[in-house]
Design a protein around this ligand. Structure first.
Ligand SMILES: Nc1ncnc2c1ncn2[C@@H]1O[C@H](COP(=O)(O)OP(=O)(O)O)[C@@H](O)[C@H]1O
Ligand SMILES: [Mg+2]
Length: 609
């Protein structure tokens, strides 16, 4: 049950000092009620010495011998002298407020320190989770939706934070209060206390029964709320589709169904946590009834009956809190499991333990007998290919033949199932992915832009680049003119995924980004597919210039753009079917020649966007 708490508090290790202070003040404030009961008893016995004698056995008769002696000497001294010394009277009067004040102070420090630690630990956990997710490979993202991931990072950790913040005070202080009061009572009035607490174990039964239900429901609730996030993420980012196809009602019905489905689970948690409270109260009152019955049967009223009843009251709040706490903990456990499950997912593209250095400039890229599949489907089979340093190799072939996949393997989004990819003789699995990707500039089929300024979007190619470099890159990509037409120029915000730009403009920003990156390896995946003929011709000229002296893998959607390539590789169904220069391939009259005929001057079918 508590293993997960250790996991959570494991996060707090770096805040050791505050954690220690929080726990310490919690223990101290937990001890205060006992001290208060003791003081009340003491003040009472000093103030009304006669009451003590009439009431039979001393309240300390069960304490160890030395404590009894000390207590009795003290009392006798006080009884004889008390009224003569003003300071004794003053301290008797002040004792109770002082203890109350200390209780409040320690209670405050306890909550403050633990909250401080909890909120920072959760922020750390969130960051760790986010970072972990970013480090995971592309195959992980194929299987999980971004809405689900957002829910984990935000909702599950929020729940955890809420639970930690509601339980931090309770978790240290209240058990101490309970244990200390109980042991104090047992020491001073063994029999009576035993009668009162004999019913306590019965309270555990409903708690245990409801525990399991709460945990299951809590897990379900978190899952449903993740579903909600997913529906929202998809509908908001795909709002054009939703509107164009009048899907509002369908999406809303989906949303409503998911929103409603968690209500049942929520009510189960509410039921469970609100039934156990009154049950505990009921059993507690049974305990008191037992006590009253016992006292009535006794000929002599017991010593410090008031103290006992007072103590039961002091025990009441912690008991109730602990009951709420265990509901919270059960919910927290479910959330923690989900979070740590995610943290435990391993990366299918592992970083090498001892990364080798990579120098991609003047290095050949070789694909050696590379095979790959997504799931069961073979996508690449026995691909052997060498891209000589500084040369341009073009990949052509019908849509779905595996060209993009080959580029993804070079970027190590996935690892090949068989074979190896080497740059300058170094297997890319032996290089840190950071180092590898630093040496590659990509312009991909889908342009990824962020809701930032144009300048920032280009700068992402090489964070920290100077303004002049950014402007030069924009000029190179023929983006400068359209940028300057925007009211704020480079400072214009472009909306989510760049919605405020046309497809061609987006692509030119992506090219500017690659220009800025200035990496020795260039991967172009249908980089000009969204451009109109006129700007494509211009941008192509830029790209041709960019390719100079760089090792380039160019996936072409239009064969006319790669006629001058050093090598043309024709893919079909994951295999290389032809290689050669343009003229050779045309002369051969094979697949390439047919593709060329089909696309003469036009686009190669299928994938143009
Ligand atoms: N993430 C993925 N998960 C499963 N299958 C995929 C994935 N990406 C691509 N595929 C499949 O792999 C094949 C090759 O895709 P791709 O490399 O994108 O082709 P190309 O770029 O040549 O058009 C296609 O049949 C496609 O359906
Ligand atoms: Mg592709």
């Amino acid at each position: 049950m508590f293993d997960f708490l250790f996991k959570v508090w494991g996060l707090a290790k770096i805040y050791r000092m505050r954690l220690f202070l929080g726990v310490l003040t919690g223990v101290l404030s937990g001890l205060m009620p006992m001290l208060l009961m003791g003081t009340i008893g003491f003040v009472y016995s000093v103030t009304f010495p006669s009451a003590q004698i009439q009431n039979g056995p001393s309240p300390v008769s069960n304490l160890p011998k030395f404590a009894q002696d000390w207590f009795n000497t003290m009392r006798t001294d006080l009884e004889t002298d008390a009224r003569g010394h003003p300071w004794v009277i003053a301290s008797m009067v002040a004792a109770i407020p002082v203890i109350m004040f200390l209780r409040g102070l320690f209670g405050f420090l306890n909550v403050y320190c633990l909250q401080w630690v909890a909120s920072r630990s959760i922020a750390d956990l969130r960051t760790r989770l986010f970072r972990h997710l970013l480090d995971l490979s592309a195959s992980f993202y194929n299987q999980t939706s971004s809405g689900q991931l957002m829910a984990r990072v935000v909702n599950d950790t929020s729940l955890l934070q809420y639970l930690l913040s509601t339980s931090t005070a309770v978790i240290v202080r209240d058990p101490i209060t309970l244990i200390s009061i109980t042991s104090y009572l047992l020491l001073t009035q063994f029999q009576l206390t035993l009668i009162t607490v004999v019913v306590l174990p019965v309270c555990l039964v409903p708690i245990i029964i409801f525990n399991k239900k709460i945990r299951r429901s809590s897990r379900e609730m978190q899952a449903r709320s993740a579903d909600l996030t997913q529906i929202m993420a998809e509908s908001f980012t795909g709002y054009r589709m939703v509107k164009a196809y009048n899907l509002e009602d369908i999406v809303t019905a989906d949303f409503r169904k998911t929103a409603l489905s968690s209500v049942g689970h929520y009510m189960r948690i509410i039921r469970a946590s609100n039934v156990t409270g009154p049950l505990i109260e009921f059993f507690g009152s049974c305990g008191i009834a037992l006590l009253v019955a016992y006292v009535l049967c006794k000929p002599q009223p017991p010593a410090n009956f008031i103290q006992l009843i007072g103590s039961v009251f002091f025990m009441y709040a912690p008991l109730k809190n602990l009951n709420t706490l265990q509901t919270s903990l059960t919910q927290g456990r479910a959330a923690t499991e989900r979070v740590f499950e995610l943290l435990a997912t391993s990366n299918s593209v592992p970083e090498p333990a001892q990364p080798k250095a990579l120098d991609a400039a003047n290095a050949d890229i070789t694909f050696e007998n590379v095979s790959f599949n997504y799931g069961d489907k073979a996508v690449l089979q026995g691909v052997n290919l060498t891209v000589k340093s500084g040369r341009l190799v073009a990949l052509v072939g019908p849509s779905g033949s595996g060209k993009t996949t080959l580029a993804n393997l070079l970027l190590r989004f996935y690892d090949p199932k068989e074979g190896a990819i080497c740059i300058g003789g170094v297997d890319i699995r032996d290089v840190s992915t950071r180092d590898l990707r630093n040496q590659i500039a990509v312009v991909s089929q889908e342009v990824i832009l962020f809701n930032e300024t144009i300048r920032r979007n280009i700068e992402l190619g090489r964070p920290g680049a100077s303004n002049e470099d950014i402007i030069a890159a924009a000029r190179h990509a023929y983006a400068y003119d359209f940028i300057m037409e925007k009211p704020k120029g480079f400072d214009e915000l472009i909306g989510e995924k760049g919605v405020m730009l046309s497809g061609g403009q987006r692509q030119r920003l992506a090219i500017a980004r690659a220009v800025l990156r200035n990496a020795p390896i260039l991967v172009l995946d249908e980089a000009t597919s969204a451009l109109d003929n006129e700007s494509e011709r211009i941008v192509q000229a830029t790209l041709d210039e960019l390719m100079k002296d760089r090792t380039t893998l160019c996936i072409a959607h239009r064969l006319s753009t790669i006629q001058h390539a050093d090598l043309i590789v024709v893919f079909d169904q994951g295999r290389i079917v032809e290689t050669g220069k343009h003229e050779e391939l045309i002369r051969r009259g094979g697949v390439y020649q047919k593709l060329y005929e089909l696309s003469e001057g036009g686009r190669l079918g299928g994938e143009a966007k």
